[in-house]
Design a protein around this ligand. Structure first.
Ligand code: PLP
Length: 363
């Protein structure tokens, strides 16, 4: 957690101990703090405060958006590379009423597919994420939003990977936007959905959030999330991500030189400044890469999702037209705000060393 977020959490836990729904002064004080945070959130997003619903994170926010889409009755079109909290929620809430929008081989949503059929088929909602969590590739959400506006189709953007890492300006124009605090230095267990006031609630049992999300609000979580986001936006306004993007590009370039046979499956697409997704030269040794790198002090991720102990090939790489063998070669490297050029170089050295240990063949 960012220092600002931790301080805000501790302050809120001491100062705002009342339940925001209570009528006494302790409750009203907590409610006032929550409403001020809502105003700040809406200002950064560029929307009305009444459009913000506090949630436990993006998974809940995404489920709320899709539950609402199901209640509206139209067909849902979602990109094939959405996070499982959108994909699986679509399968659950709209089992027979959703379609997948294809992506290019480099992992960008194919808006041509949407443009060629949106006018005739008029879906009830379209969902395109702002940036992909496995590849880091930025998605054309602004263009998708414009297409939706032209055709009067509600647009939903899961901006979990974008908010706090890139300026949020413009996202408030989407009908639905989700985010999660722990992605930008806030606490785990806090997030929000930007959505219309008349959104159909998923959690029932209380009038909170205008009936859109029952349950006592997490006041310290919300205040801490806003403190983190405000601090990030300030640093973003100072242009900090330009240098971070350069370090990322430099690492990606050196990686290709250092590990012959490695590949960058997303090529020259625009990426989040903190994510590099690469296919390692040695096949079927993904776990050995992660274990060996872990021992050297680098926590890296594979491109596959580990569900109940079983490795499943990533739906993202499958959608990009990659075979299982390719998807199993993928490693994802994510930097933080404090990551320096020396840190990236140290990772490169570690990768070289592991490659030598695993080469020529791993069995
Ligand atoms: N959407 C995207 C794009 C994500 O990357 C994640 C988490 O990694 C989520 C949704 C879910 O967020 P949370 O686990 O905080 O609910």
């Amino acid at each position: 957690m960012l220092a600002e977020a931790r301080a805000a959490w501790l302050r809120a836990a001491e100062e705002f101990i009342g339940n925001p729904s209570s009528q006494h002064r302790l409750g009203q004080r907590a409610d006032a703090a929550l409403e001020e945070a809502r105003e700040n959130c809406a200002r950064m997003l560029g929307c009305g405060a009444g459009e913000i619903v506090w949630t436990s994170g993006a998974t809940e926010a995404n489920n709320l958006a899709l539950h609402h889409a199901a209640a509206q009755g139209g067909e849902l079109w979602i990109s094939a590379i959405e996070h499982p909290s959108v994909l699986e929620a679509a399968r659950y809430h709209l089992p027979k009423k959703h379609r997948l929008i294809p992506v290019t081989r480099t992992g960008v949503v194919d808006l041509g597919w949407v443009a060629s059929r949106i006018r005739q088929e008029r879906p009830g909602m379209i969902a395109v994420m702002a940036a992909n969590n496995e590849t880091g590739v930025l998605q054309p959400w602004r263009e998708a939003l414009a297409l939706c506006r032209e055709n009067e189709v509600p647009f939903f953007c899961d901006a979990t990977q974008w908010i706090g890492r890139l300026p949020a300006a413009g996202l408030g124009e989407c009908d639905f936007v989700s985010a999660s605090a722990h992605k930008f230095g806030g606490p785990k267990g806090a997030g929000f959905l930007k959505c219309p006031l008349r959104t159909t609630g998923l959690l029932r049992g209380g009038p909170q959030e205008h009936g859109r999300r029952a349950g006592t609000e997490n006041v310290p979580g919300v205040l801490s999330m806003l403190a983190a986001w405000e601090a990030r936006e300030k640093r973003l306004a100072q242009g900090e991500m330009g240098e971070k993007g350069r370090l990322r590009m430099e690492f990606a370039r050196k990686l290709a030189e250092a590990l012959p046979g490695s590949e960058l499956p997303t090529g020259g697409e625009a990426h989040l400044w903190n994510t590099v997704c690469a296919m390692m030269p040695v096949t079927d040794c993904q776990n050995r890469w992660t274990v060996k790198l872990d021992k050297k002090g680098f926590a890296v991720s594979t491109g596959s999702a580990c569900a109940s102990g079983k490795e499943k090939t990533s739906h993202v790489f499958a959608a990009m037209g990659r075979c299982d063998a390719d998807a199993r070669r993928v490693l994802r490297f994510s930097s933080g705000w404090e990551t320096s050029e020396d840190d990236w170089d140290a990772l490169l050295q570690a990768l070289r060393a592991v490659h030598q240990e695993l080469d020529p063949r791993c069995d």
